[in-house]
Design a protein around this ligand. Structure first.
Ligand SMILES: [Zn+2]
Length: 89
């Protein structure tokens, strides 16, 4: 797996959530990026999470408190929260 122009490989929602913060930090490899982008196109759910996570990261980047969008599913965000917390430690 290397060059750009890779064909997306189907990944499940859980794999997307696991990689979503790296994706937003641009720390994923090109193949994974293609996979994620293909998934976001097909999956309204993950695409909504992507938007929510992007907003959250923006808030964190601004040095503001970690505030979750009210519309977001609490359960999903608990997963993301857990993941982001694990990365920091
Ligand atoms: Zn999905």
């Amino acid at each position: 797996m290397s060059v750009l122009g890779q064909k997306p490989i189907e990944i499940d929602c859980e794999a997307v959530w696991r990689n979503i913060s790296d994706y937003l930090d641009k720390e994923v490899d090109p193949q994974l990026r293609v996979n994620l982008e293909a998934h976001f196109k097909d999956c309204a759910h993950c695409s909504a999470i992507l938007d929510g996570t992007r907003n959250v990261l923006k808030l964190v980047g601004d040095g503001r408190s970690f505030e979750l969008p009210a519309k977001a599913s609490k359960r999903l965000y608990a997963k993301l929260d857990e993941h982001l917390g694990r990365q920091k430690s």
